[in-house]
Design a protein around this ligand. Structure first.
Ligand SMILES: Cc1ncc(COP(=O)(O)O)c(C=O)c1O
Length: 407
């Protein structure tokens, strides 16, 4: 049973959060980038259908456990769309300060402070903000809440697979629609996929392609989706791109939930904080599937991150600079890729992707898992400049090229 300080329970809003947290516990594993990446490491030869992901990946998020001894210390990890810059200095200072007060559940009313800050910055009411330990939980809970054996889950292909795992538990049919020729979500195909759809999932920018879907297309989907369905827009990578948010649709009271995470631009994947933004009645449906209080360290770091107006533009530029240098190198060396406006890029190899993944591992470079619909593409995450240089050297070797090193 989650706990709250007494000051928490006195405010109506915190009481609402408390009641949300008091829902039934979820009975299925939550899978995110790290578990999917970990599964690919543990069983690199397997096709890794979601339901056969090794149990140890459910329990341990990280890449350690069984592989700890096998992974060289100087390996490069560009396999889980993490941000190698880590938390900002202000966030680290806030974590230290919060840790010292960690004997209490919420010693400084961090929950309400973060809720109010998010609400203010996004032009929505505090009741439309739910805080989670990352966006994996609200993504999973959305699928449990709005899909069922008679209400399908609709997603793009290639797309971020985690919601399809939850659909295994809700019993929903998963309908995958191809991206358009510009690698946007095909909103017409998604909307027309079934008259009974329970949840349509749009990830903008998309993972794994880093491609964008226009605001106009997302609004069209919102207006034309089947009656009774909900649109779930995953904005995990939005701050890294020029994609336009649709968070204003929350304030407009539409059937939409927006997911945000502190794992990407804010570099807090291991600290764990994320958000679901939506109408209170929709958020209550999510909360019936589970939830927990966040560590105060995570809450404090999230508040510090949102309080620095320079952080997002600075990091967006740093990641874009490294991405563009990498794309330049790929161009100069004759490699093709899907245009990306995010921190991941799908590179065409002309070979079975698993073979290239394994060959890069032998060079101590760990990249993303394969996506069956793009059998010869590999996904690389934009790491630090020096990590991308190691990738370039290894990739040229694996592909049998003498590299042109100018980036
Ligand atoms: C599209 C997308 N959504 C959600 C998540 C979940 O991340 P987290 O639980 O760290 O917020 C990820 C992780 O990589 C992701 O790529």
């Amino acid at each position: 049973m989650p706990s709250s300080s007494s000051s928490d329970l006195h405010s109506g809003r915190s009481r609402r959060s408390f009641l949300r947290l008091a829902g039934l516990a979820a009975a299925v594993p939550l899978l995110s980038e790290t578990q999917l990446a970990h599964a690919a490491l543990l069983e690199p030869q397997a096709a890794t259908p979601l339901h056969t992901i090794p149990k140890s990946s459910h329990r341990h998020g990280g890449r350690a456990s069984k592989l700890a001894g096998a992974i060289p210390a100087d390996a490069v990890f560009i396999n889980a769309n993490e941000n190698p810059m880590g938390p900002s200095p202000a966030a680290i200072a806030a974590i230290a300060a919060a840790a010292a007060k960690g004997g209490r559940y919420d010693p400084a009313n961090y929950v309400d402070t973060l809720t109010d800050l998010v609400a203010k910055q996004n032009g929505i009411s505090p009741e439309s903000v739910a805080i989670y330990a990352g966006s994996t939980e609200p993504l999973h809970f959305s699928v449990l809440a709005f899909t069922s054996p008679t209400r399908p889950y609709v997603m793009a292909d290639p797309g971020y697979e985690a919601g399809a795992t939850a659909a295994l538990d809700s019993g929903a049919k998963v309908i995958r629609t191809a991206l358009t020729k510009d690698y946007a979500h095909d909103v017409k195909a998604m909307v027309n996929a079934s008259p009974d759809t329970g949840l349509i999932y749009i990830c903008n920018p998309n993972n794994p392609t880093g491609s964008l879907t226009s605001r106009a297309d997302i609004l069209w989907a919102l207006e034309n989706k089947p009656a009774g369905s909900v649109l779930l827009v995953d904005e995990a990578y939005i701050h890294l791109s020029k994609a336009e948010s649709v968070v204003d649709q929350v304030a407009a009271g539409k059937d939409i939930i927006i997911l945000r995470t502190f794992s990407k631009v804010y570099g807090m994947a291991g600290i764990r904080a994320g958000l679901a933004l939506g109408r209170p009645d929709l958020l209550d449906m999510l909360a019936r599937n589970g939830g927990n209080m966040l560590p105060t360290t995570a809450l404090a770091a999230a508040i510090a991150s949102l309080s620095d107006p320079e952080l997002v533009p600075r990091r967006r530029k740093a990641i874009a600079d490294t991405r563009n240098a990498t794309l330049n190198w790929l161009d100069n060396n004759g490699f093709k890729y899907i245009p990306s406006d995010s921190n991941c890029v799908m590179v065409e190899t002309g070979r079975p992707s698993r073979e290239v993944i394994m060959a890069l591992q032998a060079e101590k470079v760990y990249i993303g898992r394969p996506w069956p619909i793009l059998p010869t593409h590999i996904r690389i995450t934009v790491g630090l400049p020096e990590e991308m240089e190691k990738f370039q050297t290894a990739f040229a070797k694996v592909m049998g090229k003498t590299p042109v090193m100018t980036s």
